[in-house]
Write a protein that binds this ligand. Sequence first.
Ligand code: SAH
Length: 366
Amino acid sequence: MTATVQLTGMNQPELASFMETLSEPAYRGRQLFAALQHRRLRSFDEITDLPKDLRARLSEVAQAATLKVESQYLSNDGTRRYLMKTHDGLPVETVFIPEERRDTICFSSQSGCPLQCTFCLTAQLGLLRSLTAGEIVEQIQIALNDAYGTGVKPPRGTNLVAMGAGEPLLNLDQLLKALRVMTDPQGLHIVPNRVTVSTAGVVPRILELATISDRPHLAISLAAPTDELRNELMPINKKWPLEELLSACKFFEKTLKPGERLTFEYVMLEGVNDSDEQARQLANLLNRHNIRSKVNLIPHNAADPLPYRPSSDAVVERFKNILESKGVHTYVRRPRGRDIFAACGQLAARQTTLNTRVVTNLVGAS
Ligand code: SAH
């Protein structure tokens, strides 16, 4: 790519300074921000309230959009998965999940992922690179424009979850920058309280996040109640084992707002981490640290190369009951978009070759 400036990750003051470098008044920056973020326009040609010669100059030095949608898939349950490419040809995936009262957009923070969780398909890509703030913002713009039309105000609230590909806390600066752009009321106007970031447990960044006043909600992926098993399933545990992780969570707890809870996610793998004994160990671990939290049980989303099967509904229910009998708030997450490889842990830039069902669900590539 030529060295043009990428504008979608910029806040209003940054766009104003950028416009000043073109000898344009600062209000042009605000106009540009409204066009890119509020009206979700993705090319300078469409920003017709800017003079034509300015648009021409802009397209020489900057870019209004860099991600390209390669393919998109529509699930039987209404979930949509977008497979996009960065300017340097790397895959980025985003999932749009409609629900009755609100929509959830699950976005990626990295292309691929450096962590090697054995139950997650994204791990097989390895880390390609971290995404820029602009690339994070664009994922949300693309999903909203596709669901409702360019610039159309979403009829329901929008939740954002950083639970797509990548480890968000290994890209914290760009992630926070993107969130600040997206929560600007004059832009996408995402409600800060509706954003959740999920981490495999990058302890120093959890501590850092705790110091940030406009931070998002936090979810921690546990997957195992003991270090022995967690070392196996999530190798990051060797660096930051459970005691250290839960101590960081305890520290983070001090920053929880009234009514807010820390979320622990627990992927349920048949015969691996779903026994009654493991439920008791998990409850004891959480109770010992006494953190204001809840547990989300996620039935494993299977994929061919992964050596696991999901726990049965009965076993998930039993596990939940044991946790609840020990006072742990527990919810079971219903998988969405499994048929199009859009569910948790299934994002690995899958094209039609690996899953023929996807072909019939293709609603249009652009
Ligand atoms: N790296 C971050 C965010 C991405 S994963 C993290 O680890 O939290 C988002 C969630 O999906 C995590 O809770 C993860 O444990 C879960 N997950 C990963 N693979 C899964 C699979 N195959 N089935 C169900 N959940 C999975």
